[in-house]
Design a protein around this ligand. Structure first.
Ligand code: NOJ
Length: 559
């Protein structure tokens, strides 16, 4: 890889629907993104990743695309998009698009034709199977709580959808389909886009989901025979690199569920020429009861978090590259999840940032994370719009007869809508997001948690993020250096060292509401330690024992 600029970049993720509305329709738009570019620049980010902005019926808020080479009307026009690119350029910001290539909307012209004409070449762009005497070809169930097969009357066959019913899976076995996708990718990169985020790459190779007919009858009893990251995924990615990425100086990042660090190394190891980096989910699954769904919440064990983050740091230390993220549009707000959204909201939001972003990798900051935005307190299902949330509610309450309050408790902890409430810009009506009716309710705490307020408060989470990003740049070499976890068994403190070129950096975080005693490791000279960052006032000198206050974090530089 000639130019690894993405290794030094900080990425800011925008969910355009909820970012900034400028025409009063209650939905964010591209002009709104342009209006807020200075805010992103001032934060210190270098790259923007924007979630899908293509035409879509919005069953899954843009992840159900009908045309990969156009702009959704409610977001604006292609001209607006070009202006966005130009405005990014003029500020030295790069722009990464989100690309959904595991599936299309069933409203996509390819699918429409496939549905109507079994002899069309587009039929082979998707998966079609005859049913069995009992109905669908297999009894596989998706994360959206339904069969992954949908009967289509016109041809009397079922099509595969690993996500919602209206998201039909593309057949990556078909080389012609793959070429069509590469063409669409090049369309955006030729415009000067700086990279692509690939949605659900772990689902692209599905050979193993679709065994021969007799086999899948035999496997009907198997409740979850899905094998993500299937056999041919690496061939597809190598081909994609050859056909697309190798022709541009761009970054690539893939969403990869169910991957281990070993597989992460194959995806991102530079010798393999697949992707620059991937999003794994191992740290996001630590508050989920083993073997159950992400709705089934359990408290986080700090030792699990240390193990997972350390594993990824160590296994990708010499080859490959990590993403560093707590939040995105699919995850609840981290401060409500692993921190404290009440008394210690600011302290814990800052602590979580310092804990993660001094690791090696590319940080991804999701809109509002830099303000310490929290989960929404919505306790009525009517206030949620996310299809996964609504489907789960109906399934658990109406089909399974589960207790409504218990189901609402899961939703209040884990719904994707917590990340999607409108961005909180200021204390005016609708948090300055829209002058109309927002498509999703604003979190009522916007009067106190908002960007305008944070900009004026030297102690805000926002100003802490700014400082942290400046430090990351200043100490880029040591942050790319070797990683050592200290105190692996301490139940409250997460402590690690980074080392390179005779410099050492130590990040110490109290991930608890109680005080915690920290003793400097043998051989260190606390007296010479320089405090680079902390989230409490009067952080004090580097005595041999420091009492860390609730959610306190400190980062020191040791000569
Ligand atoms: C992952 C995306 O991040 C999520 O929002 C979407 O629902 C699924 N992929 C399906 O495209």
């Amino acid at each position: 890889m000639a130019n690894d600029w993405w290794k030094d970049a900080v990425v800011y993720q925008i969910y355009p629907r909820s970012f900034q509305d400028t025409n009063g329709d209650g939905i964010g738009d591209l002009r709104g993104v342009i209006a807020r570019l200075d805010y992103i620049k001032e934060l210190g980010a270098d790259v923007i990743w924007i979630c899908p902005i293509y035409p879509s019926p919005n069953v899954d808020n843009g992840y159900d695309v009908t045309d990969h080479q156009a702009i959704m009307k409610s977001y604006g026009t292609m001209e607006d998009f070009h202006d966005l690119l130009t405005e990014c350029r003029s500020r030295g910001l790069k722009l990464v698009m989100d690309f959904v290539l595991n599936h299309t909307s069933t409203e996509h012209p390819w699918f429409k034709e496939a549905e109507m004409n079994p002899n069309s070449k587009y039929r082979k762009y998707y998966f079609w199977r005859p049913g069995t005497a009992d109905g669908p070809p297999t009894d596989w169930v998706s994360d959206y709580g339904q069969s992954v097969w949908q009967y289509e009357e016109h041809t009397g066959e079922y099509y595969l959808h690993m996500n919602a019913v209206k998201q039909a899976d593309l057949n990556w076995e078909n080389p012609e389909m793959r070429q069509s996708v590469y063409e669409m990718m090049r369309f955006w990169l030729d415009k000067g886009v700086d990279g692509l985020r690939i949605d659900q790459l772990h689902l692209l190779s599905k050979k193993e989901y679709l065994p021969p007919y007799e086999d899948y009858i035999a496997r009907r009893a198997d409740p979850k025979p899905f094998r993500p990251n299937g056999a041919r995924i690496h061939d597809y990615l190598k081909e994609m690199t050859k056909e697309v990425f190798s022709k541009y100086d761009v970054m690539s990042v893939g969403e990869a569920g169910s991957v281990t660090p070993e597989e992460g190394l194959v995806y991102t190891g530079t010798d393999e020429h697949e992707l620059n980096m991937i999003f794994h989910f191992q740290h996001m699954e630590l508050d989920q009861k083993p073997g159950q769904e992400h709705w089934d919440v359990k408290p986080l064990e700090l030792s699990d978090l240390k193990k997972v983050l350390t594993d990824w740091q160590k296994k990708l230390e010499h080859q490959g590259w990590n993403t560093l993220y707590w939040c995105n549009h699919d995850q609840p707000r981290i401060v409500s999840r692993f921190g404290d959204e009440g008394k210690y909201r600011k302290a814990s939001a800052k602590m979580l940032a310092a804990l993660l972003y001094f690791m090696k990798g590319t940080p991804y900051i999701y809109q509002g994370e830099e303000l310490g935005m929290t989960n929404a307190p919505f306790d009525r299902i009517e206030d949620y719009q996310d299809i996964q949330t609504v489907n789960m509610y109906h399934k658990r309450v109406f089909e399974m007869g589960r207790d409504r309050e218990e189901v609402m408790a899961s939703i209040m902890a884990k719904s994707r809508d917590h990340a999607r409430t409108p961005m909180q810009w200021d204390g005016s009506r609708n948090a300055g997001f829209t002058e109309g009716e927002p498509w999703l309710k604003v979190n009522p705490n916007y009067k106190t948690i908002n960007a305008a307020e944070a900009e004026n408060d030297p102690d805000s989470v926002l100003n802490f993020y700014k400082k942290l990003i400046r430090l990351r740049k200043q100490y880029a070499d040591v942050i790319k250096g070797s990683y050592t976890l200290l105190l692996p068994d301490d139940p409250q403190l997460f402590v690690y060292e980074r080392q390179a070129n005779g410099q050492k950096l130590i990040s110490i975080s109290n991930v608890s509401k109680e005080e915690a005693a920290f003793y400097w490791p043998d051989g260190s000279e606390p007296g010479s330690a320089k405090l680079l960052l902390s989230n409490y006032e009067n952080a004090g000198s580097a005595d041999s024992c420091i009492t860390f206050r609730p959610y306190e974090t400190r980062v020191y530089l040791l000569a």
